[in-house]
Each structure stands twice: as structure tokens, then as C-alpha cells.
Design a protein around this ligand. Structure first.
Ligand code: ATP
Length: 193
């Protein structure tokens, strides 16, 4: 999968609509302290479905919305658009938008979708929100010190099987539901005897 372009509006320090073109190959972001380098990386994670405010350095998810400065009022929403090309060569775009008091909404190629659909789109291509392809400051040291289980997760992402875990959780929950339904059916049948 190739990420081609990131568009941010009202996301953290990116109050004005801003576009970042991502060229093929390795991309590094450099700039003075506090200019928004980490915010850019967080925007990529966020649009891919990141749901932990802590990993966005936020108290709550709404904290990603531009909070205002001495000279600018706060915004009511934040939006990030990621344009990418899938392994099948098809272009697609994902939009995540959060409004104060209304939570997050996702769109995939213009259609409303669930957070899970977006997570699966990226997990199958080994580029989930926690993908080791996104290297933030201090991450290299973390990789070196990683526990074997954490290292296994990185290898699974690289091997492209991370998406299977999401599907397994889904299948297990359906299985539990079906078992509960079967048990209820047996109770009802016993009542008919
Ligand atoms: P460093 O090199 O010091 O790690 P950086 O370039 O990675 O810095 P970021 O951490 O991405 O910078 O950006 C920090 C800036 O983003 C701060 O000025 C902070 O005030 C601003 N910021 C973060 N969240 C918001 C928000 N919700 N609204 C407005 N500004 C925000």
C-alpha cells in the first residue's frame, strides 16, 4: 500500500487546511521543536482508526480538535483525509472527522463506514495504526528494548497477517453468540417435551 497524500483541517496545530504530499519511499519529517512533526504522524494513525487518546497524547479524543490560541478561536471539528493506493493498484481515500459532542465518523471512498471497516482496510495491508512503518521519536529505542511478544506483533504486521487477528476476534464473538442462541434453543425444546 502506498500513502499518497494527507490532508488535515482543524487537527491539533493544523488549524488551516494543509496538504502533505507523500512521495514513494522513506519519508522523514524534520523541523524545529513544536512545529507539528509528531502531530502529522498522529494524524496518519488517527485516520487509520487509532482509538486510544493516550497514544494521541490527548486526554480525550476531542482534544485532537484545534483548541484555539490567544489570537484564534477554537474549532468545532477536526478532519483528516488520507489518499492511498492499495496493493491491487486501486486508489482510495479515507476520511475521519470528529465534531465536538458528536464523536468520530469515517468515510471510505465517499461512503459512510464503521471504524472497523477502516481498521480492516489497513490491517490487511500490514499498515495498521500501530504499524512499525510509522517511526516516531524514541521508537527505535523501543524496538530494541521490545519484549518477544511485542516483537512478534511487529513481525506479524510485516508478514501481513495482522488483519487475521481482527477477523478472529470477530469470529470468536459470533461463535459465542451462536453458542448462547443454541443453549437457549435447547432450553426451549426441553420445555416442549
Ligand atoms: P518536538 O520536536 O518538540 O517533539 P514536534 O514538531 O513533534 O515537536 P508536535 O508535538 O507535533 O511538535 O506539536 C506540538 C504543537 O502542537 C504544540 O505547539 C501544541 O500546542 C500544538 N497542539 C497540540 N494539540 C493541539 C490542539 N488540540 N490545538 C492546538 N494546538 C495543538
Amino acid at each position: 500500500m502506498l500513502f499518497r497524500q494527507l490532508r488535515l483541517s482543524g487537527f491539533k496545530s493544523f488549524v488551516e487546511p494543509s496538504t502533505l504530499r507523500i512521495e514513494p519511499g522513506l519519508t522523514g519529517v524534520v523541523g524545529p521543536n513544536g512545529c507539528g512533526k509528531s502531530n502529522l504522524l498522529e494524524a496518519i494513525r488517527w485516520v487509520m482508526g487509532e482509538n486510544s487518546p493516550k497514544s494521541m497524547r490527548s486526554g480525550g479524543m476531542e482534544d485532537v480538535i484545534f483548541a484555539g490560541t490567544d489570537r484564534r478561536p477554537p474549532r468545532d471539528f477536526a478532519e483528516v483525509v488520507l489518499q492511498a493506493t492499495g496493493d491491487d493498484g486501486e486508489d482510495f481515500d479515507v476520511v475521519r472527522r470528529i465534531e465536538r459532542g458528536a464523536g468520530s465518523a469515517y468515510r471510505l471512498n465517499g461512503k459512510d463506514v464503521r471504524a472497523k471497516d477502516v481498521a480492516l482496510t489497513f490491517a490487511d495491508a500490514a499498515t495498521g495504526a500501530h504499524s512499525p512503518a510509522l517511526v516516531s521519536q524514541g521508537k527505535i529505542a523501543q524496538v530494541i528494548a521490545a519484549k518477544p511478544t511485542e516483537r512478534r506483533m511487529m513481525l506479524e504486521e510485516a508478514a501481513g497477517i495482522a488483519g487475521l487477528h481482527v477477523r478472529r476476534r470477530d469470529a470468536e464473538s459470533k461463535l459465542r453468540q451462536t453458542e448462547a442462541n443454541l443453549a437457549r434453543l435447547e432450553d426451549l425444546m426441553a420445555g416442549l417435551d
